[in-house]
Design a protein around this ligand. Sequence first.
Ligand SMILES: Nc1ncnc2c1ncn2[C@@H]1O[C@H](COP(=O)(O)OP(=O)(O)O)[C@@H](O)[C@H]1O
Ligand SMILES: [Mg+2]
Length: 379
Amino acid sequence: MAQKTGLKKTAKIKIGVLYGGRSGEHDVSLCSAASVFSALDRNKYEVTAIGIDRDGRWYVQDRPQIISDKDFGRKMALKKKGMWLVNHFEQKNKLHLYDIKNKNKEVVVDVVIPVLHGTFGEDGTLQGLLELAMVPYVGADVTGSAVGMDKDIAKRLLNEAGIPVVPSVTVNKQQWKDNSKIIMKDALAELGLPVFVKPVCTGSSVGVKKVKKKEALAAAMNFAFQFDTRVMIEKAVDCREIECAVLGNENPAGSVLGEIIPKHEFYSYEAKYIDPNGAALNIPAQINKVLSGKIRKIAVEGYMALGCTSMARVDFFLDKKTNKFYLNEINTLPGFTSISMYPKLWEATGLKYSDLLDKLIALAIDRHKKRLEIKTEGI
Ligand SMILES: Nc1ncnc2c1ncn2[C@@H]1O[C@H](COP(=O)(O)OP(=O)(O)O)[C@@H](O)[C@H]1O
Ligand SMILES: [Mg+2]
């Protein structure tokens, strides 16, 4: 009892778990959210589940419900009840949500955990909204998120930092329309075959194709252009796929490494989400100590080169023959179900799922505090 001991009872931190969202990874997000929502320590946190439907509307869940899911075992239900608006002027550094049909229904959030993957969740747009609202949130900030999502710009920054990336060529829709023949000729001369063709800003292998014959390149390009206005042609590496979980703001750390072993020709959308046996996860990855130490170090360097904070999963290609490795991409809001690679890697490194969430919340608050110290008046 607070009065008897003379100790002041500290208020619980109010967490808003955002989930669902407008991207193709909506369903994966529902599954990640079920794990996050159940693992948050209720002695420390008051937790509100806030579902975002496919059109972008936000719904505070009255009675959050976890239901069964055919792929991941369980997911957060998303009930579309009420008409919820975000009000960020009510109180500094907090997010208020209220139902305009019933103004007495109001929810206050101290820290947001965006359990959202892909466009409008992982790409800096949501992060911009949260910055405007001045509320602390988990995950990379606007810049880190946007750069992490853009495979072309990310590669240029990694290159500049001396981090190995796979050779590639990026073209926009107009360039492709005007010069497709020359683009293909030059790309094949530079990269050889096979190549991978991928939209610059998608995830989940959406729009990605492996091209083995030059006759198939134009069709793969046109296919990828359905999903983005820029497309990358990349030299194919006969590789193992190695991942590292990075955590931290100014002084990040890298986890032990994991390996994805796709059962398909590559780690396609089907292997990721449709085929229940599409890929195996190996933790820790069977790699010699010296090499895994190098990859861990480069994972942290890559993270910092892209301006990431909070967390990210850093993915590598390791050439099967030469053992040369390349940083493939950085995912700033990686899958977060209890069996997903990111939390599994931390667990194997000694940080269990609920402690990882505590750490992420502390990092969000710390980053926010440092932002507030920035001088904006009296310059
Ligand atoms: N250059 C490449 N060499 C070998 N495999 C590749 C290459 N590019 C992509 N892949 C395969 O395609 C998958 C998806 O590509 P990736 O660049 O990771 O895009 P996404 O953001 O959609 O995950 C990879 O996990 C890998 O299996
Ligand atoms: Mg990938």
